[in-house]
Design a protein around this ligand. Sequence first.
Ligand SMILES: O=C(O)COP(=O)(O)O
Ligand SMILES: [Mg+2]
Length: 233
Amino acid sequence: MNAHSSPIVVFDLDGTLAETAGDLIGTLNVILAREGHAPLPLEQARDLLGAGARALIQRGFTVAGASLTPERLEALFHDFLDYYGDHLTDDSYLFPGVVAALDRLEAAGLRLAVCTNKVESHAVALLDALGIGGRFRTIVGKDTFAFSKPDPRHITATIERAGGDPMRAVMVGDSKADVAAAKAAGIPVVGVTFGYTPVPMRELAPDWVIEHFDALPEAVDALLARESVKPAA
Ligand SMILES: O=C(O)COP(=O)(O)O
Ligand SMILES: [Mg+2]
């Protein structure tokens, strides 16, 4: 353990810090329409989120009953990024209590970082537009490294880049990829109930469940206290 590194909270973005389904599914529906398919209703499609845009397109076309060659998927992925990049905040906003919770965590001396399966440039632009980009030591996207959630290295590399202490770290996420990556990294995970998951968050068995950001500082405190009594690995 590096004595100079700090305790850190790593956040997922889509479905955790921000409600972004309107713009992501809106973009998916533009792509589906261009290809001659009917739009998917938002409530049905929001649970397709969590593994990034390429996976969203693949899943969306599967739900629409259409198949895609790898080449077509790649072309549509680029179309998706182009369109979405111009519509990051048409219909996206922070979940209630995010800013107050970040204030409290920062005041308690914690570093903050983002580890998302969005592409990094979109994650940075979105968080800046929502007014919280400057809060994070680092914002890591799906394309930042050669691996991404559910690979645990996506989280551990985020912590390293942020100068955080992996022995005093907590992940906060909304999907199976977040819970699986954190567990595989040996990092305690807080699951939020207001994001995107086809399986209820409690069934994914995170270390702590919150229904509102007001409950996050207490969850982080409790999980970091548990970590400090663990024998060193
Ligand atoms: O939008 C997605 O599919 C993934 O993004 P997230 O990792 O921030 O949830
Ligand atoms: Mg998410």
